[in-house]
Design a protein. Sequence first.
Length: 405
Amino acid sequence: MAKQIVVQKFGGTSVGSPEKIKAVANRTANLLSNDKSVVIVVSAMGNTTNQLVELTKEITQNPNPREYDALVSTGENISASLLAMSFQEIGIDAISLTGAQAGIQTQDLHAKAKILTIKTDRIKKELDSNKVVVITGFQGINPNADITTIGRGGSDTSAVALAAALDCSECEIFTDVDGVYTTDPRKVKDAKKLNEVSYEEMLEMASLGATVLHPRAVECAKENKITLHVRSSFELIEGTRVKEVNQLEVSKPVTGVAINENEAIISMIRVPNKPGIAGDIFKELADNGINVDMIIQNVLEDKKSNNISFSIHEDDLEQTLNITKSISEKLNCSVLHDTSIAKISCVGIGMISKPGTAAKMFSALGRESINILRITTSEIKISCAIEQKDAHKAIEILHKEFDLA
Ligand code: ADP
Ligand code: ASP
Ligand code: MG
């Protein structure tokens, strides 16, 4: 009978030192049996990726994208090799594979490529010879066989994509907290651990700043019906399961509060009021893999022009300014930007059936004199841009207001 394949991902803190890497090997060793084989996906050790990014800045403010990926992907190579050696030290056969060796093929885009396919032949061959297979997260190769990376925090997505390619029904994400909480437990002391969260809610939370999971990982898990088990690397306890949840089982309107303090607002002023222009602007941003949110367009009094503004992740600021400034030169309009904002969001499938959630959120912020700069909503989330200085107070207030503690 074919062995069951278990896919586990260990994040940066979990492999942050040689001792922690050895602990990962020991923990997984206990799981190996005649009917289970293991694939482990690792992030770079601790702060390595940030250090590599800083290193590029010592050379250039505008690194060549191919060389940028060639460099920042190397952190994962270190942790994967060290983990494979740790298994070998305790008598377990193991092999490390880079993204390319593991057959992870991506789009031809650097720094935020999407995984297109995974050719699993090599992985399966190694599993068949009873090895633990340790794979570098975060990286793949494009059609030219150049190394690509899939976005900061992307090792979660590497793990889920591998779980999908290997037909697993669950993927374990080991991290430095013991599950998904109602809000970041490092920011709000009485945040509460959730036993389960729906894919939809987790996708919104992750996209809106809950860094515990990479948004693409949640999307990929949903598409492939894979349950994510987010759990502690350091304690042997149950974590949070991200899976299909029936909306009727949810009693509270809000499941979690997410905060993103790394947003920037771009405003294009006096854009000619003609059909097709918004399409041109946002297509150019999309082609460069830039995610936009909070889009607001309003026509000016003369009706000949309008202002278009939207928010982006601060990491995309330079690139977005280059794109919008080049468009604005052609259109004879101007571009402004503001990085002093934060986006706070309430998320919950329960709000679909509970009117008044938005009013409750706005009133709670208003009572504490927190000014709302802009608002966007979907069926299961309400986001407000506020001033960054109010961010921490706002999470505390909303966490209390929606009875999440
Ligand atoms: P890893 O290196 O394991 O991928 P990350 O730092 O990317 O770990 O993600 C874990 C962190 O996510 C936690 O330390 C926590 O501060 C943060 N976080 C943000 N929002 C949440 C949330 N709602 N629940 C749990 N953790 C959260
Ligand atoms: N090492 C990469 C990063 O720091 C990927 C990851 O940790 O998921 O972004
Ligand atoms: Mg992460």
